[in-house]
Ligand binder design. Structure first.
Ligand code: UDP
Ligand code: MG
Length: 315
């Protein structure tokens, strides 16, 4: 018998949270109305996470796991999980218990009412630093305004997906997997469920500033062409500005004797301004070209070093 529910948990150096995560999730698994598999995806952890996975799998055959051959990043880890799980209903949640597993039964209830995507939307973040809150708040609003699809604000990857949606996600070949964007792009019947985000149970944040920033740029570039247009606008603005400046400088040169503004200062300012505009535009172009390059290379999304439990069907 195949599982009815699959829970996917990406794991990167989470030895401190795993036992508690398993305890809380297994309480929820016991309440479900059908067989459940808990799919742990090791994203190249360097601590004991993989050993703990093996141990949990030994103890409880509902626990299955994948181990990526190196750290590929959260979005890819989730993608790998989505490729392997077999449930009719799939739930994605973080290992650090910031996404409360106790919310899953409420999500399932909405699924039974006919929704195919139920995403959790945080109304509050408890005990996260002001910098993270501010940057996340601003980013989600910028993204909402610029993206081609309506990506709801303040949603992470915590969500419930119907099998139909998982199949569509799996059939999308793109390498830059900004899952919350793809999830919106797909369509289907979607709804939000609100929750307050708890602080991390233990351990440090695994999304460093660099990873979060990369994720943000990825989200923007994958779902919007506005930045490209922005460089056109910047170019136009620079053109208008330089025309005005040239006229001014000419005017000063001809009609205002000994004007100090015609000297080196204004030349330098013009050089700085124009080169900034050029570099920013090239940078924006680069972001898009880099992604085209990634797509063209057609490398697999991840490499696996260990897979366990997916062949067993005893529950
Ligand atoms: N994670 C991962 N690979 C990474 C970084 C994070 O699989 O390279 C996992 C991590 O183990 C956790 C989830 O992604 O289960 C969210 O990470 P974290 O809690 O550090 O981020 P935040 O809560 O800030 O979104
Ligand atoms: Mg977290």
């Amino acid at each position: 018998m195949l599982p009815k529910y699959s829970f996917i948990v990406p794991i990167y150096n989470e030895e401190e949270t795993m036992y508690e995560m398993y305890r809380r999730i297994s309480m929820v698994m016991d309440q479900m109305d059908g067989p459940v598999e808990l799919c742990l995806v090791n994203d190249g952890s360097r601590d004991r996470s993989l050993q703990i996975m093996r141990e949990l799998h030994q103890k409880d055959s509902r626990v299955v796991y994948l181990s990526l051959a190196r750290n590929f990043g959260h979005q890819i880890a989730v993608t790998a999980g989505l490729n392997f799980v077999r449930g009719k209903v799939v739930v994605i949640l973080d290992a650090d218990l910031q996404d409360p597993p106790e919310l899953i039964p409420d999500m399932v209830e909405l699924w039974q009412q006919g929704y195919e995507i139920i995403y959790a939307q945080r109304t509050k973040r408890r005990k996260e630093g002001w910098f993270k809150r501010l940057t996340a708040y601003t980013f989600y609003r910028i993204l909402k305004n610029l993206a081609d699809v309506d990506i709801p604000t303040d949603t992470g990857d915590f969500c419930l997906l119907d099998r139909k949606v998982v199949d569509v996600l799996n059939s999308m070949p793109e390498r830059n997997r900004y899952i919350r964007g793809l999830r919106s792009w797909i369509g289907f019947n979607q709804t939000a469920i609100k929750f307050e985000r708890d602080p991390r149970f233990a351990g440090d944040v695994k999304y460093t500033f660099r990873k979060s920033f990369a994720l943000a740029i990825n989200g923007l570039v994958s779902f919007s062409k506005v930045p490209l247009r922005l460089s056109t606008y910047l170019g136009l603005l620079a053109a208008v500005a330089s025309l005005l400046m040239s006229l001014l400088v000419l005017y000063w040169r001809i009609f205002v004797p000994h004007s100090p503004l015609t000297g080196i200062t204004i030349v330098l300012m013009a050089i700085f301004f124009l080169s900034a505009v050029q570099l920013v535009s090239i940078g924006i172009l680069g972001e898009y070209i880099g992604r085209i390059y990634e797509e063209v290379k057609q490398r697999p999304l991840y490499t696996l070093s260990e897979v366990a439990g997916f062949q067993d069907k005893k529950y």
